[in-house]
Design a protein around this ligand. Structure first.
Ligand code: WT7
Length: 649
């Protein structure tokens, strides 16, 4: 964010208390709940009693910082709690998923359907030799087979590693290798803006460097449009493999701390981190926050617009809603296909009542204009959510007025891939909302804001956001690298979880998130590491050196700005700029494509040779340059700035 945006954020004084009508029906309306959250073991132990266990736990929490064990000694299967548990009653034939494909096709899966399809897919995995403890990579678009595949893994005790369908072959290969998956589930292709995403072709390319993979299951989604080739002995059509499998599959008893999934997220180095989530605590964290923050009721129709390839989809399309027996809408495609009112069309059509999206989407809708939402009946909505990055007050107000018609509480939810579940957010029946603030840590969440030395700062001041106590849905480690887990999250401050976010608390104690303090950019709310983009750039033969920084972007929150030094013999040109942008998109995925590429004969460095990204950020955002005294050659930055300004306009 720019300094100006931050200043505006912090001067926000509008407040929005819950309406009496909302408060009267809210799932949580007793403020004493925050007090109850202080006794972690009782708070979570009582809640866990409401789930199905093969064996109850011995201890609620064993905390040996930074390693936590929740519900140790307990055994359960998350799919029993998300599916089977709902089959003996009125939820049996209730919709679990209402799915809409981008071309307009539809499927409704009741809990009974979901049970059958998950069991059949689980049996199919078993037939290919997948067993408890294995890892399975899933690279699919937003089709029903995606949650089915995840749950099928969980049914038999294999950990899933879902890779966002927008990622490139290199990104897939890196993640498959790191997780040592032996099976990949993909599709012939996916629909996006009327075109085909070549999922199978990307998988084939990735698997050239993934010797652990013995089998690939391919969902048929786009048919002849993908023109995909099957490899004998390795590739199997999902539909053929699954069709005749038995319709039941006994759930594997899992220890509470058995690995449920790995999800890769960008870190401050080039190598993505495999965030490891385990079974029982993750279930408790996602289930409870879903019920409380979204105020979910039996009759709600809930729609989270995220892609399941990100943690938001894992926790709040799949596990949290299913654990509550909720009906969730799932949409495959783009918000502007075929028209810019597609989302509002879906809200109207399925009478969506709880709607969860990202600030980048909200800003896009704002720019498209009010006529699109105004042309649809949005009266079914009763609560709106936001996630992914700080929401600017203008976007909050637009969301409140144009989408929520000033009736719907807005829950701005702060959390991370690492936290597994929402940590800081309003309880919509209790909390006074403020545009741009995620408000309070949820009951049971012990957050704080600290200075450089780890000391808590007084209300009204800013610093680093930390968490002081473990929580059930916390990451347990970085897959295969416990030392990195310690280093990244628990070394900055002793025994405090370092979230990597700047944060200010106002005098009421409300939290205002200020963006990342590390070298991670938030592009459309997704973590992209500057190092990752830099490595992709220097991989290009023409590039000698590259430095990448986030730059304020009106729609995406942050865009990617690249400063590049070319090897001698390569000409600076528009074509080269485009080539480098495409190169990054190919190496990582379109989301990481630099918005801007600046060529420079030199990059600003300290005398010890460290690139000063802080200065590049100032240049990219057009700010006054900060302290330049440690630069080896102050002229470099002056030249860069002049050049930047001459190309900008
Ligand atoms: C980072 C985590 C959690 C799902 C999506 C992103 C930023 C997320 C908010 C919010 C301010 C937010 C933080 C965080 N972030 N939600 N409501 N207000 N910032 O997951 O890719 O792991 O990114 O997203 O900077 O650290 P992620």
């Amino acid at each position: 964010m720019s300094d100006e945006t931050i200043a505006n954020l912090l001067n926000e004084e509008r407040t929005f208390p819950p309406s009496d009508a909302f408060r009267a029906q809210a799932n949580v309306s007793d403020p004493d709940i925050y007090e109850q959250g202080r006794d972690l073991e009782k708070f979570w132990g009582d809640y866990a009693e409401g789930f199905e266990w093969f064996r109850k736990w011995d201890t609620v929490l064993e905390w040996d910082p930074p390693f936590a064990k929740w519900f140790q000694g307990g055994q359960l299967n998350i799919t029993v709690n998300c599916i089977d548990r709902h089959l003996n009653g009125p939820r049996r034939n209730k919709a679990a998923f209402i799915w809409e494909g981008e071309p307009g096709d539809q499927r409704v899966l009741t809990f009974a359907d979901l049970h059958r399809e998950v069991c059949q897919a689980a049996n199919a995995l078993k037939s290919l030799g997948v067993k408890k403890g294995d890892r399975v990579t899933i690279y699919l678009g937003m089709v029903p087979e995606l949650p089915i595949a995840m749950l099928a893994c969980a049914r038999i005790g294999a950990a899933h590693s879902v890779i966002f369908g927008g990622f490139s072959p290199d990104a897939i290969a890196e993640r498959v290798q790191d997780s040592e998956s032996n099976l990949v589930i993909t599709a012939d292709g996916g629909w996006r803006k009327g075109g085909v995403v070549p999922l199978k072709a990307n998988t084939d390319e990735a698997l050239r460097s993934c010797p652990t993979v013995k089998n690939v299951i391919v969902v048929q989604r786009v048919g002849s449009a993908a023109n995909c080739k099957m490899k004998d002995g390795r590739d199997h059509w999902w539909q053929d493999l699954v069709r005749d499998q038995p319709r039941t599959c006994p759930p594997e008893p899992m220890d509470s701390e058995d690995l449920l999934y790995i999800l890769y997220t960008s870190g401050t180095t080039g190598k993505p981190k495999g965030i490891a989530h385990t079974t029982a605590g993750y279930l408790m964290g996602t289930a409870r926050t879903f019920e409380w923050v979204f105020d979910a009721k039996e009759d709600d129709v809930y729609w989270c617009t995220a892609d399941i390839g990100w943690v938001t989809g894992h926790s709040y399309i799949v596990y949290g809603p299913l654990a509550n027996g909720a009906t969730g809408v799932m949409y495959e495609g783009a918000p502007d296909h075929p028209r810019r009112d597609r989302f509002w069309d879906i809200v109207e059509k399925y009478r969506v009542s709880l709607f969860y999206t990202a600030p980048t989407a909200i800003r896009t809708f704002m720019r498209w204009g009010d006529s699109f939402p105004n042309g649809r009946d949005l009266s079914s909505l009763r609560l709106l959510g936001s996630v992914g990055e700080p929401i600017n007050p203008e976007a909050w107000m637009w969301y409140h007025q144009v989408i929520g018609k000033e009736r719907c509480p807005i829950v701005d939810t702060w959390w991370q891939t690492e936290t597994g579940a929402i940590m800081i957010a309003p309880l919509p029946g209790l909390t006074v909302a403020k545009p741009g603030s995620a408000t309070r840590p949820l009951p049971g969440v012990d957050a704080d804001v600290v200075d450089q030395d780890g000391n808590s700062v007084p209300l009204g001041s800013g610093g680093f956001l930390v968490l002081r106590q473990p929580w059930p849905s916390m990451l347990r480690t970085i897959y295969g690298d416990p030392q990195r887990y310690r280093d990244v999250y628990w070394s900055r401050f002793e025994n405090l979880y370092f979230a990597g976010d700047g944060c200010k608390r106002d005098t009421d104690g409300d939290y205002w998130l200020l963006g990342r303090v590390d070298d991670v950019m938030l592009v459309s709310g997704h973590n992209i590491s500057t190092m990752e983009v830099e490595s992709a750039l220097v991989d290009h033969p023409a590039v000698a050196e590259a430095a990448v920084v986030g730059k304020a972007h009106e729609i995406k929150g942050q865009g990617v700005a690249a400063f590049v030094t070319l090897r001698s013999g390569h000409a600076l040109s528009h074509d080269m700029r485009e080539e480098l942008r495409e190169h990054v998109a190919r190496k990582i995925g379109a989301i990481a494509r630099p918005d801007e590429v600046y060529f420079s004969a030199e990059l600003p460095k300290t005398r010890s040779g460290k690139i000063m990204r802080r200065l590049l950020r100032d240049i990219a955002d057009g700010r006054a340059l900060g302290d330049t005294t440690t630069l080896a050659d102050p002229n470099v930055v002056k030249k860069l700035r002049d050049q930047y300004e001459s190309t900008e306009g």
